[in-house]
Design a binder for this molecule. Structure first.
Ligand code: PEP
Length: 243
């Protein structure tokens, strides 16, 4: 089945390096849906390079207002104009800097209103995981992020990223991730009040070419959000091509 594979380049690359990587991945041809999320300053340049490519463009964050005196912020409307297809929201690295569920909620509404797909990140830290509180914590994050949202036929993507698995080289076991993802999908549909809503759930956290297939063969894992491995073109291509 077709999966969604998104690379999050984070703040790892300058403009030149972003364009080089974009050139290296633009030729990806796969049955999966693929996207990359460069830094905001590289979005327009990467979009030009990806013209005619199957690889879609995404942003790593945005603001919830459409326009106005909000120094340093970028609206979802502008991201749409640049050619983005989706926007990562509430990444744990943003949450660690003060991002709140309430703001993620406002941003999710703004992204949907702009005609883009939100990729809402959720996930527990090691202490919560070890004490068996992951489910309740993640359900709370979903409830707060999705309250008052109506999809009206639009698609929502949730990325389940256990914080302890991000960049640590210690991925969650695929079967365990699969169980969490089932719970996440059910919770999201419950909060949305739409049992038939199109909600995709990605897994993220130390995915590489060597373990990606384990995740992608799970029933409730609709794709992957990839950090470190998305910076290596060959590695990312291998993951994007997994059937
Ligand atoms: C991420 O930060 O979204 C992520 C999944 O990172 P990594 O793949 O490097 O663990």
């Amino acid at each position: 089945m077709k999966k969604l594979i998104i690379g999050n380049w984070k703040m790892n690359l300058g403009l030149k390096a972003s364009l080089v990587l974009a050139k290296a991945v633009k030729g990806i041809k796969t049955n999966n849906e693929v996207g990359v999320c460069p830094s905001a300053f590289a979005l327009a340049g990467v979009k030009q390079i990806l013209s005619g490519s199957q690889v879609k463009l995404g942003a790593q964050n945005c603001f919830w207002e459409i326009a106005g005196a909000f120094t340093g912020e970028i609206s979802a409307k502008s991201l749409k104009e640049i050619g983005c297809a989706f926007v990562i929201l509430g990444h744990s690295e943003q949450r660690a800097l003060g991002e709140t569920c309430q703001r993620v909620n406002l941003k999710t509404k703004a992204v949907l209103a702009a005609g883009l797909t939100p990729v809402v990140c959720v996930g527990e830290d090691w202490a919560k995981y070890k004490s068996g509180k992951s489910r309740a914590f993640v359900q709370g994050q979903i409830k707060r992020a999705l309250t008052g949202i109506k999809l009206n036929g639009k698609k929502l993507v949730i990325a389940y990223e256990p914080i302890w698995a991000i960049g640590s080289g210690k991925a969650m076991r695929a079967g365990e991730a699969n169980q969490m993802q089932a719970l996440i999908k059910a919770e999201a549909k419950k909060v949305l009040g739409q049992p038939k809503a199109e909600v995709l759930v990605l897994y993220g956290g130390s995915v590489e070419a060597k373990n990606a297939a384990d995740f992608l063969r799970q029933d409730n894992i609709d794709g992957l959000l990839i950090g470190g491995a998305s910076l290596k073109a060959q590695e990312f291509k291998k993951i994007a091509n997994i059937k």
